[in-house]
Design a protein around this ligand. Structure first.
Ligand code: ZN
Length: 157
């Protein structure tokens, strides 16, 4: 496994549209392993392939509740409600913002064995699914429509 370099805001890869994975090759498996190492090293709760410079529809999400989820060609197939909570991004270090996201989402994706899986998440998990899948379409949480406001680092909550 290898730790990959995380692209930061301003890198054009973060604004590009990622292609679906048509075949889960050894290269894709290696990418999943390397992304997991990169995510753990950065201590984040999600990472999308374009954040490491690969324009493919692959994301990782990891929470205490779920452990590590590997999502290939993920799609949000249902969402409901609304939450306004704090979010950050490994590509935008040191900043946080309040975002508007669905309260609950269901995602369908392939796992590394090529099996179709569905996951439903609320709260942090719903935010993480939305945030990471947005990366595949070149969107960041700081974009209008998602961001409510940035959080002042000195703000007491
Ligand atoms: Zn992000």
């Amino acid at each position: 496994m290898a730790k990959l370099r995380i692209r930061k805001k301003g890198d054009p890869t973060l604004r590009s549209h990622s292609r679906p994975v048509d075949k889960i090759t050894d290269r894709i498996i290696t990418l999943l392993d390397d992304m997991a190492e990169t995510l753990h090293d950065a201590d984040g709760c999600g990472l999308a392939a374009p954040q490491v410079g690969v324009r493919r529809r692959i994301v990782l999400v990891e929470t205490e509740e779920t452990g590590l989820l590997e999502l290939i060609n993920p799609e949000i197939i249902a969402s409901e409600g609304e939450q306004l909570e704090q979010e950050g991004c490994l590509s935008i270090p040191g900043e946080w913002g309040i975002t508007r996201r669905p309260a609950k989402v269901t995602v369908r994706a392939l796992n590394r064995a090529g099996e179709t899986c569905e996951y439903t998440g609320e709260g942090l998990l719903a935010r993480a699914f939305c945030h990471e899948i947005d990366h595949l379409d070149g969107k960041l949480y700081t974009d209008p429509g998602t961001l409510v406001r940035m959080v002042d680092p000195d703000e007491d909550e």
